[in-house]
Structures are given as C-alpha cells and as structure tokens.
Ligand binder design. Structure first.
Ligand SMILES: [Zn+2]
Length: 218
C-alpha cells in the first residue's frame, strides 16, 4: 500500500471514529468519503462494518467511474452519491452522510431548514432543502442528491438522513454541527413563536463576505 493511500485511508478510519464518538451515527449507519485531489481517487468507508472495527485495510479506493481500484471490502452502499457529488463539485473533497435527529424532523415534514443564523448562511447556504426521495443505494438517489444539493453544502434525504460536504473533513464536520444546531433552534423558535428569517439581500452579503473577505488578509 502506498504511503499516500495509507494516509487517506487513515483519515477515513479516524473520521469515522469521530462521527461515532460524537453520536452522529449509530451502529454501522452513516458513511464518509474523501477525495485525494491529486489523483482524483475516492476513499470510502466499507459497507456494514461497525466504526470501531474498521482498519485502514478495510477502506475501499474507487475512481470517478465508481470502479474499485483497491480494497477487499464492499464499499458503503451510498458510494453512488458520494462520487456523484464530488464529480459534480470541484470544491468538494469530503462527503459525510449521517442519520441525525433534528434535521431529520425536516426530512419527515418535507420542509426546508431556512437561513436563520449567520454561521449557517455563510457555511451551508441560503437554506437546506429536501431532495426527491429514492431508495437507499440507488443511482436515482445519487441524481436526486446532486440536484437537491446544487451549490449548497448540505441536503436532506427525505425520510432518511442528511448529507453534508466541504473542501475537507474538518469543514464538513463543522457544517454537520451547524446544520443540526440550526434545525434545533428553528424547531424551538417555532414552538414558542414565529421565527424571523434573514433577508435574502443580507444572506447574499454575508455569503460574499465569508467567501472573499473573512479571516486574516490574504
Ligand atoms: Zn443512510
């Protein structure tokens, strides 16, 4: 195994354990993948294995045509949408799919999570919508996820779970927490009153600031 491949496989093993320890997945559910931008190869969690039992040898390496390049395990059944998203989005190198509580409420009601906080609109998008339903593991679901996500960094799969993406694993993990926190705040706000949404003009201004001006001078 090359050193580069070993490093990316290790990212998946450790990333999976962090999802597991942070309560973002239960049992063998949820899955994650990372792209090596140098080789355009995808490193994906194996199917149906509990996170604490996964070792680097179990990680499956695939290419953009969803062919297995290396590995003796079957990849996560959702490899289709992981690879479809990254084929479609050059800015995405990390995809995490999980079955959370609060954002799944919106997937049961088929409602959007609206832009109600500045962290959410900067990191995720103006809102998170539900994609069209399709059965888990199908190519139809991959098409629906890519279409529903568009240029945002998260999408809800109705009656199923959520998909978050980012340029790297750390950003994607942050996005998961912001989506889940926003869903929780919105549910609480609705339970005692009428939530106030951010004006679309202000959302666009904050997104421009986050993209072009935030942080130390470049
Ligand atoms: Zn799932």
């Amino acid at each position: 195994m090359s050193l580069v491949r070993k490093k990316f496989k290790q990212f998946i093993v450790e990333g999976g354990m962090r999802l597991y320890e942070q309560g973002l997945t239960v049992g063998t559910w949820g899955n994650l993948s990372i792209r090596d931008p140098e080789t355009n190869l995808f490193y994906i969690k194996p199917s149906g294995m509990p996170y604490p039992e996964i070792r680097t040898d179990d990680i499956v390496v695939m290419n953009e045509k969803t062919e297995i390049i290396e590995g003796h395990r079957k990849p996560s059944i959702e490899f289709n949408f992981h690879i479809a998203i990254m084929n479609h989005r050059e800015d995405v190198n990390s995809v995490i799919h999980y079955h959370p509580v609060y954002s799944s409420v919106f997937g049961v009601l088929y409602e959007d999570i609206p832009g109600i906080g500045e962290d959410f609109v900067q990191l995720v998008g103006d809102r998170v919508i539900n994609c069209k339903y399709a059965l888990p593991g199908t190519k139809a679901l991959a098409d629906n996820v890519v279409e529903g996500m568009a240029d945002r960094n998260a999408v809800i799969i109705p009656n199923h779970g959520t998909v978050c993406v980012g340029g790297d694993f750390e950003t994607t993990l942050k996005t998961i927490h912001v989506v889940e926190k926003t869903a929780q705040i919105y549910i609480l706000a609705k339970s005692i009153g009428t939530p106030n949404l951010i004006d679309p003009v202000d959302i666009a201004a904050m997104q421009d600031f986050a993209r072009n001006h935030y942080g130390q001078d470049k």
